[in-house]
Ligand binder design. Structure first.
Ligand SMILES: CC(C)(COP(=O)(O)OP(=O)(O)OC[C@H]1O[C@@H](n2cnc3c(N)ncnc32)[C@H](O)[C@@H]1OP(=O)(O)O)[C@@H](O)C(=O)NCCC(=O)NCCS
Length: 141
C-alpha cells in the first residue's frame, strides 16, 4: 500500500483519522486527534493514499531551544510490522536533531523498539489525570 509521510495536515479531516488510541479506556475522538495534531510543534502522519486514511502518526512538542518531547506515536493495528512506526520515528528524530534533549516516555513493551534508535532507558516521573484522557475540553471527562 502506498504510504506517504507528511508533515502537513492540509486536506485531512476527522474522517481520515479513525481508529487511533487503541486500548484507551476513554479514547480521544478523531476530531480531538486532529486538534492535538494542529497544536503539536512537529507532526508526521503516515497517509495511506489508496484508503484515504491516516495509518500512523507521531507528534513532538518543544521549547525551541533545548528540549523536545515525543508524547504520541501510534500505527493502526492493521498497518503494524510493515516499517511504518520505524519510519515515523526516524523522520521525527531527524527533525529533532538540533535539540539537546529528546525524550520519550513509553511502556516497557516498547523499550526494545526505541532502543533501535539508540535512545537509552532512563527514569520518568509521570502523572495521569484519567478523567481527561479523552482530551481537555472534550466534555467527556
Ligand atoms: C510501537 C509501534 C508504533 C510500532 O509500529 P510498527 O509500524 O509496527 O513498527 P515497525 O514495523 O516500524 O517496526 C520496527 C521495528 O521494531 C520492532 N517492533 C515493532 N513494535 C515493537 C514492540 N512493541 N516492541 C519491540 N519491537 C517492536 C519491529 O519488529 C521492527 O524490528 P526490525 O527493524 O528488526 O524489523 C506500534 O506497535 C504501535 O502503534 N503500538 C501502540 C502504541 C504505542 O505503544 N506507541 C508508543 C508509545 S510511546
Amino acid at each position: 500500500m502506498p504510504i506517504l509521510y507528511r508533515s502537513s495536515l492540509s486536506g485531512l479531516s476527522p474522517r481520515n483519522l479513525q481508529g487511533f488510541f487503541v486500548g484507551w479506556k476513554r479514547r480521544p475522538s478523531p476530531r480531538t486527534l486532529l486538534r492535538l495534531l494542529h497544536h503539536s510543534n512537529e507532526i508526521i502522519v503516515a497517509y495511506d493514499s489508496a484508503a484515504d486514511r491516516v495509518a500512523g502518526f507521531v507528534t513532538a512538542i518543544t521549547d525551541h531551544v533545548l528540549s523536545a518531547y515525543i508524547p504520541l506515536l501510534e500505527v493502526l493495528p492493521k498497518y503494524r510490522k510493515q516499517g511504518i512506526g520505524r519510519e515515523l520515528v526516524r523522520r521525527m528524530l531527524r527533525k529533532l536533531e538540533p535539540y539537546y534533549m529528546v525524550d520519550v516516555v513509553c511502556d516497557e513493551s516498547v523499550v526494545q523498539f526505541y532502543k533501535k534508535f539508540r535512545l537509552t532507558k532512563s527514569t520518568a516521573m509521570i502523572k495521569r489525570n484519567y478523567k481527561h484522557q479523552s482530551g481537555r475540553g472534550t466534555g467527556r471527562g
